[in-house]
Design a protein around this ligand. Structure first.
Ligand SMILES: [Zn+2]
Length: 249
């Protein structure tokens, strides 16, 4: 029985280590994605690129029925990683991404981000994200105790139960966060189709991203094992091939 609890406990500690890597990843991921290769002059955005993105986003704003004074701040990050994002008042894209897309494709990607912004998707998930962060942190702390208890037979049972109870809460919050996030991504893709009337450009933009990621590793961030495992179990985005298929329907 003690051996069973030791195995159960070891498995819990392993899960917590993966969650811990994922937790660390969330704090460094923005920097890793948006500043990869930032010191290389080649990756710096040009004035022409700012004009290009600003022009495309302004056209999307008109399509979305926004007032003439609607102007989210536009940020172009000097990074080789293919990435775009939206916050409450900011839309960002990396030079790596904008340079592989033509205007129609980039317009679709920007319309996806504008939809995130206008539908306030960040607010939808902010409490969930906090729940994930908090439960991940508690799990990591519990795992430290669990790792010690592995060597104390009399403490194994209690620690194993505690660790797995916390793991369940953590996995539950990650599961719900994943479901909401994936739903938001579908919603943003639908919004981009409405705004651009050009789903084919969206499909092509995804295909270009897949091809670029295959050809050049600097276009994707280096994820730690824990991030890869948690990203597979609890994805934030729908599978890219499903998104392409949906756009072509
Ligand atoms: Zn998105």
């Amino acid at each position: 029985m003690q051996k069973l609890y030791a195995a159960f406990l070891a498995l819990g500690v392993l899960f917590a280590v993966l969650v811990g890597q994922n937790l660390v990843g969330t704090f460094i991921s923005a920097d890793r994605m948006l500043n990869a290769g930032a010191s290389d002059p080649v990756n710096q955005p040009t004035d022409a690129e700012y004009e290009r993105v600003t022009r495309l986003v302004a056209a999307i704003g008109v399509a979305a029925g926004q007032d003439a004074d609607w102007s989210p701040s536009i940020v172009i990050k000097a990074s080789t990683v293919l990435q775009a994002y939206a916050t409450n008042g900011e839309i960002g894209v990396t030079t790596g991404l904008l340079r592989i897309l033509n205007d129609e494709e980039l317009s679709f990607v920007m319309a996806h981000e504008v939809t995130h912004m206008l539908e306030e998707h960040l607010f939808d998930v902010i409490l969930l994200r906090l729940a994930v962060l908090f439960s991940s942190a508690v799990l990591c702390l519990a795992a430290i105790g669990g790792a010690i208890a592995l060597f104390v037979p009399s403490a194994r049972k209690q620690w194993a139960m505690t660790l797995w109870a916390i793991s369940l809460v953590c996995a539950g919050s990650m599961y719900v966060n994943s479901k909401v996030s994936v739903a938001n991504e579908w919603s943003a893709d639908r919004g981009a189709v409405m705004l651009t009337q050009n789903p084919e450009a969206g499909a092509r933009s995804f295909e270009k991203m897949i091809a670029a990621a295959k050809a050049n590793t600097s276009t994707r961030p280096n994820y730690m094992l824990g991030e890869q495992v948690m990203g597979t179990l609890f994805p934030s985005h729908p599978p890219i091939r499903e998104r392409i298929a949906a756009l072509r329907q």
